[in-house]
Design a protein around this ligand. Structure first.
Ligand SMILES: Cc1cc2nc3c(=O)[nH]c(=O)nc-3n(C[C@H](O)[C@H](O)[C@H](O)COP(=O)(O)OP(=O)(O)OC[C@H]3O[C@@H](n4cnc5c(N)ncnc54)[C@H](O)[C@@H]3O)c2cc1C
Ligand code: FES
Length: 275
């Protein structure tokens, strides 16, 4: 997949709960594989910010942004007609050759899942959020099971699935412990996004590797070091995980195995098709 850097026009921004969906004209950039990311110029900041592709309607690239600092706030403040430099697609996305996919997302970690869900024809999904306001972002994945802290996604029945997950590090560690074959999208602070700066180096299987080129999705055989490392992400800080029962008091039961048609998928600008 050819990566490029290009000046892209902002088509609009939409609030999705406490996050912002930033929609860009695609230009000649390719959307890449689900789980890949782009480096987005953040106006007024020296370095671009890494953001996963969330949706790929025809002619567009859409990103779900959590305004947690100056760069992401600047991205959320963009207006229709503005233009920013975008570089990508970058990194390794999710492997799509799975038999019984189950998408698991936590907080802003749901960002790559709508594009992944569409590519895999809308498999079951479980999403966890730390507040009801954050959980409004679940509208991007209609039909997903949604839990709110203190209920955890791992309180749901995940057995019998091929888990593809993105979220806070404690969530990923818990999933990795229970599902050794799970594909997990990790995060680390990134400066270049293509392997040049070593800013994203993490210990994987006892070796230092660059998450921007080896990841962000790690294959099942990969094991990320759980100790203090640059891989301790802000998604960790954003999460507050503690086990109990479901938010509604009802058991969290996933839909039967198999593909579900979710015709009501969120359609920015009235259309939503991969690639
Ligand atoms: C592969 C990848 C995909 C991502 N996808 C998305 C996405 O789809 N949507 C989204 O909103 N964000 C995503 N992020 C995170 C996003 O890049 C950071 O939140 C952003 O760079 C923060 O910039 P800032 O200037 O707003 O905040 P800063 O002031 O730079 O950071 C705020 C706080 O978060 C910490 N931090 C910043 N970036 C990271 C990081 N990448 N990992 C760990 N800690 C960090 C800082 O140390 C600081 O404590 C992704 C990151 C990676 C690596
Ligand atoms: S972000 Fe520069 S090497 Fe990974």
């Amino acid at each position: 997949m050819a990566r490029r850097r290009e000046l892209l026009r902002v088509l609009g921004t939409e609030p999705i709960g406490l996050y912002t969906l930033l929609r860009l004209d695609r230009g000649t950039l390719e959307p890449g594989e689900p789980g890949q990311f782009f480096m987005l110029e953040a106006p007024g900041r020296l370095l671009p910010r890494a953001v996963s592709l969330c949706l790929a309607p025809p002619g567009e690239l859409a990103f779900l942004v959590d305004p947690i600092g100056p760069g992401t706030e600047a991205l959320c403040a963009l207006d229709r007609g503005d233009a920013i430099h975008v570089f990508g697609p970058l990194g390794n996305g999710f492997r799509l050759d799975v038999e019984r996919p189950l998408l698991v997302g936590g907080g802003i970690g749901i960002a790559p899942l709508p594009y992944l869900a569409e590519t895999l024809r809308f498999p079951p999904a479980v999403l966890g959020f730390r507040s009801a306001a954050h959980a409004e972002a679940a509208s991007l994945l209609p039909g997903a099971e949604v839990v709110v802290d203190p209920v955890l996604v791992t309180d749901c029945t995940l057995q019998g699935f091929d888990v593809l997950a993105c979220g806070p590090e404690p969530m990923l560690q818990a999933i990795a412990a229970r599902f050794p074959g799970a594909q997990l999208a990790w995060e680390a602070p990134m400066a270049c996004g293509y392997g040049a700066c070593y800013g994203c180096a993490v210990e994987i299987d006892g070796e230092l590797k660059r998450l921007c080129t080896e990841g962000p999705v790690l294959v099942p055989s990969h094991r990320i070091d759980a100790g203090p490392s640059p891989a301790t992400t802000r998604r960790v800080a954003a999460s507050s995980v503690a086990p109990v029962a479901t938010a509604t008091g009802a058991p969290c039961v996933l839909a039967p195995l198999g593909v579900r048609d979710r015709g009501t998928q969120h359609h920015p600008a009235g259309g939503h098709h991969a690639a």
